[in-house]
Ligand binder design. Sequence first.
Ligand code: URA
Length: 216
Amino acid sequence: MADLPIITDAAAPLPDGEASLAAVRRQADNCRACPLWEHATQTVFGEGPAHAAVMLVGEQPGDQEDVAGRPFVGPAGRILDRALAAAGIDRDDVFVTNAVKHFKFLQRGKRRIHSKPNASEIRACRPWLARERRLVRPRAVAAMGATAVLGVFGEAMPIAKNRGRLIELEPEGVAIVTVHPSFLLRLLPDKARQDEEFAALVRDLGLLRPFLAHAA
Ligand code: URA
């Protein structure tokens, strides 16, 4: 296969067109629109059914996702899987992705410590999320955490005030906002608080169930 051009401006029209998710994924592999590609192992693109009715958006790949090249396969992914199951949603039915497609971290000895993407990194990555949305055309999108909110809406929005309802999304569909699953990890050892927040996450995700084709 011919080498794909390096993409330094993710918002620029794509040289090879945007016929399919697979094509966009290959182009995203070469994205240099922000500095995060340099230290990450690879671009972690979204995955799931090509025309999923529901899209879940997280923050950025973590350490395990960076190595595996797949979103939400580490500890936050395990919480997400549990919450989806409790909400009656099969993960295989939803498209799972992130607002930022490269792992941002600080190296501490052998450990890679997660570092929050900044506004310009989130902005640089928005065109990839927009392309995923344009191709998948989900009826409902969940923005999980502040970074996802910025990626999906292009502006900040307080999660506590806006969770629990459907929000109109441009150019089509609806969205919900909720906490990021890794927020729950940080609540331990307060198990009671974690249980409460887990139940709230399950309630939020439950708002998506009617959008899935086979939902009752
Ligand atoms: N956190 C995220 O936001 N996304 C992942 O893929 C993993 C952890």
